[in-house]
Design a protein around this ligand. Structure first.
Ligand code: CTP
Ligand code: ZN
Length: 152
């Protein structure tokens, strides 16, 4: 796309989460715990044309970098995402997300009878499997609704 057609402005400093599967941008914001009240500059492009994905979403957060656990959870809903760190208008770092083998302490289990919901001091742990993530304790599988169970 030429600068001509840019839909979302470039940012000076912050993080651009690019190549997000179309329709997942609001879930990306949920994962980052951003609802606008924090004061960060946030730009969201939805269903932007993309050579690689057909349509993609893009999320730009100014003055903010991501933690590894945030990136781990992001990879579950946006496996093709690229995380770009921008400083003084330049992309200084670009990383594809990679799916972790498991995520600990970032998702809650939807099963009310799961030991992780019993008020015990136990971190949740989900193994990443082909069709979603599976609770280590009760084997409940979360699929497309992973974002609803984020606890970070
Ligand atoms: N970007 C931005 N602000 C900047 C620099 C880049 O918002 N100051 C955005 C671009 O709009 C793009 C993403 O960050 O969505 C990555 O920028 P860049 O690496 O320059 O683009 P591409 O080469 O197209 O990236 P890729 O190869 O990952 O598709
Ligand atoms: Zn469970």
């Amino acid at each position: 796309m030429s600068d001509h057609e840019l839909r979302v402005s470039k940012i000076r400093d912050g993080t651009v989460i690019d190549h997000v599967e179309g329709g997942q941008a609001l879930n990306v914001l949920a994962i980052l715990g951003i609802d606008g009240s924090e004061g960060y500059g946030v730009s969201v492009g939805m269903n932007v044309p993309s050579d690689r994905l057909g349509r993609k979403d893009i999320v730009k957060v100014e003055e903010r970098e991501l933690s590894q656990s945030e990136v781990d959870v992001l990879s579950l809903i946006a496996p093709e995402a690229t995380i770009n760190i921008v400083r003084d208008f330049e992309v200084v770092e670009k990383n594809r997300v990679t799916r972790p083998d498991s995520v600990t302490g970032v998702l809650s289990c939807p099963n009310r009878n799961c030991i992780t919901n019993a008020g015990e001091p136990i971190d949740t742990r989900f193994d990443v499997v082909a069709d979603g993530v599976r609770c280590d304790y009760c084997s409940t599988i979360l699929r497309s609704d992973i974002a609803d169970y984020i606890d970070v």
